[in-house]
Design a protein around this ligand. Structure first.
Ligand code: CP
Length: 302
């Protein structure tokens, strides 16, 4: 396939190909940092929603591998004059882009783009649907710390309803053989979530009990038009991850968060900075995973 649109579409073997390649890419990152694997290729990012980690790590991944890199600043581009998504993507392709990475507030926007271009499209987050590169870097981080995904208990905690990170991780971790639990207030839990093969908890302590991996999610206020229920204070009290709650997990459990963190809401700073936290390692692995994806997709284009 020419694109990466979601984890739902990938087989276990395809996920392993990315994770194995990312392991190799991390050696470049930790060594000379630069290579010419993508010499002559062009990578462009178009983000219709804010980003620090994802956009910059794609830029760095492209540059570390010797590609040309361009970015469209949506707010100052012709999108602001009303240019359509399809005309925008066709325009970028005509400038000889090989890979276009996009984030959009509408679920399915990258899938539409992919139909109208021969360039490879990478979904960097579409609405509440998927954030596949985040799940891949999360799986890379889990794989570095744990022997195997088989039977691993992963507790994903927070705003499950609006979380594309949760959805991509559920698809990916289930395919890899992990047991996935989701926990959050009932107002932030999608109906019929258990149809995805996960167990839903409405009590954070029960979800964390015996977990190998605890993953906090950001409360997505921008997607909650009618305000947050419960309130931030109630959320912190009943669902916030703190050192006491982390004691319920396995002694060698790890704590993850995709970032950005609302500190002292989803996680206390104390927990986020503790020795079991792998949040900063997730950021570095994000560059390695994105190097791997650019390499794999560009090789398929040769
Ligand atoms: N985790 C994540 O997608 O972060 P950014 O929004 O900063 O890209």
């Amino acid at each position: 396939r020419k694109d990466l649109l979601g984890i739902k579409d990938l087989s276990k073997e395809e996920i392993l190909e990315v994770l194995d390649t990312a392991k190799e890419m991390k050696k470049i990152l930790n060594g000379e940092k630069y290579s010419q694997i993508l010499k002559g290729k062009t990578v462009v990012t178009i983000f219709f929603e804010p980003s620090t980690r994802t956009r910059l790590s794609f830029e760095m991944a492209a540059k570390y591998l010797g590609a040309h890199y361009g970015n469209i600043e949506v707010a100052t581009s012709s999108v602001a004059k009303g240019e359509s998504l399809i005309d925008t993507i066709r325009t970028v392709e005509m400038m000889k882009a090989d890979v276009i990475i996009t984030r959009h507030n509408m679920s399915g926007a990258p899938h539409l783009m992919a139909k109208y271009t021969n360039a490879s499209i990478i979904n960097a987050g579409d609405g509440i649907n998927e954030h596949p590169t985040q799940a891949l870097l999360d799986m890379m981080t889990i794989r570095e710390k744990k022997e195997s995904f088989e039977g691993l208990k992963v507790a994903i905690i927070g705003d499950i309803m609006h979380s594309r990170v949760a959805r991509s991780n559920i698809w990916g971790l289930k395919k890899m053989g992990a047991e996935v639990r989701v926990a959050g207030p009932s107002t932030l839990m999608p109906p019929a979530i258990e149809k995805l093969g996960v167990k839903a908890y409405y009590n954070v302590e029960e979800a964390i009990e015996g977990a190998d991996v605890v993953m906090g999610l950001r409360i997505q206020l921008e997607r909650q038009k009618s305000g947050l229920f419960p309130s931030i204070d109630e959320y912190r009290e009943y669902f916030g991850i703190n050192k006491e709650r982390m004691k319920l997990a396995k002694p060698d459990a790890i704590l993850m968060h995709p970032g950005p963190i609302n500190r002292n809401v989803e996680l206390t700073s104390e927990a986020a900075n503790d020795k079991y936290s792998v949040i900063e390692e997730q950021v570095t692995n994000g560059v390695a995973v994105r190097m791997a994806l650019l390499k794999i997709l560009c090789e398929r284009r040769n």
